[in-house]
Design a protein around this ligand. Structure first.
Ligand code: NAG
Length: 249
C-alpha cells in the first residue's frame, strides 16, 4: 500500500472513531474513565463495513507486489506405505513446481470493527479469500514404478483475521494478531497419467496430509510476513503520516 493510501486509511479510521460519523456507539466519558484501560468492549466502536467494501480492491496491488498471487509453494517429499496385495511396500510422493492462485478474490467477512480508547485505535479486519487453487506436479516412487502427473487442489475459501493496534500515545503501530482460519472444502484431482487403482487413495491421503501440515501453514506464514512487513513500514513512518494527517485536517 502506498503511503498516501495508508494516510487516508488512518485518517479515515481516526475520524471514524473520533467523530460521531458512522454507526458510532459512544459511552459517557466518566464511565470510560472508570473502566480504566480495559478498552476491549468499551470506548468507541465504529463499524467500518462500507469503508472496507469500498477500499478492498486496494489490497490487490498489495497482494501482487508481495508475490502472493500467484504464490510460489515449496517442493515436499513425503513417505507413505501401500499394500496392493499382501505385502506392504514403502513409497514416497514428491510434489514440486507448486503455486497457489486466487488470493486476489478477496471480500469482507462479517463486520469489521474499530475501537478507540485511551488514544489507542484497534482495527480488526476479517477478510475472506475464495476459489483458491493449488497446482503441483507430482512424482511417486513405489516398487519399480514411478508415475508422474499433476495435482490440482481447489479450496472454496479461507478467512484471514488481522488485528492491528495503533497507539497514538507513542505513535506506534503493531500487529496484535494474525490468523488464517475457517478453511472451506478442498477438492483434489489428478491430471496427466492415470494412477493405478491401489495408488490413488494412498497418494491422495498423503497429499492431504502435506496440505494440512505444510502447504496451508506456508500460505499463512507468507501472508503474515507480507502484512508484518507492511506494518513495519507504516510503523517506521507513522509519525510523519500522522503529522501529514494533522496538517491536512
Ligand atoms: C515502531 O517504530 C519505532 C521507531 O520509529 C520503533 O522504536 C518501534 O520498536 C517500532 N515498533 C514496532 C512494534 O515495530
Amino acid at each position: 500500500m502506498d503511503r498516501k493510501y495508508t494516510a487516508l486509511v488512518l485518517a479515515f479510521l481516526v475520524a471514524a472513531a473520533d467523530a460521531n460519523s458512522i454507526n458510532l456507539k459512544s459511552q459517557p466519558t466518566s464511565k470510560l474513565l472508570e473502566a480504566g484501560r480495559n478498552w476491549g468492549d468499551l470506548g468507541q466502536t465504529a463499524n467500518v463495513n462500507d469503508y472496507v467494501d469500498n477500499t478492498i480492491e486496494m489490497l490487490v496491488p498489495f497482494i501482487q507486489k508481495h508475490g502472493l498471487d500467484p504464490m510460489e509453494l515449496p517442493d515436499v517429499i513425503e513417505g507413505f506405505e501401500v499394500r496392493p496385495l499382501l505385502i506392504t511396500y514403502s513409497a514416497w510422493l514428491k510434489i514440486h513446481d507448486g503455486y497457489m492462485t486466487g488470493l486476489v478474490n478477496v471480500a469482507r467477512s462479517s463486520d469489521q470493527q474499530v475501537n478507540y480508547f485511551a488514544k489507542m485505535l484497534r482495527v480488526r479486519v476479517q477478510l475472506q479469500f475464495s476459489n483458491l487453487e493449488f497446482v503441483y506436479k507430482y512424482l511417486v516412487k513405489v516398487m519399480n514404478i514411478g508415475p508422474t502427473g499433476g495435482i490440482i487442489a481447489s479450496l472454496s475459501r479461507f478467512v484471514v483475521i488481522v488485528d492491528i493496534l495503533l497507539d497514538f500515545n507513542n505513535d506506534e503501530i503493531q500487529l496484535q494478531q494474525f490468523r488464517l482460519t475457517d478453511l472451506g472444502r478442498l477438492r483434489v484431482r489428478f491430471t496427466g497419467n492415470i494412477l493405478t487403482d491401489w495408488l490413488v487413495n494412498p497418494v491422495l491421503n498423503t497429499f492431504l496430509r502435506i496440505f494440512d501440515t505444510i502447504i496451508i501453514k506456508i500460505v499463512e506464514i507468507n501472508i503474515r510476513n507480507a502484512v508484518q512487513a507492511e506494518i513495519d513500514n507504516i510503523n517506521a513512518s507513522v509519525k510523519e503520516v500522522i503529522k501529514a494527517i494533522e496538517a491536512y485536517n
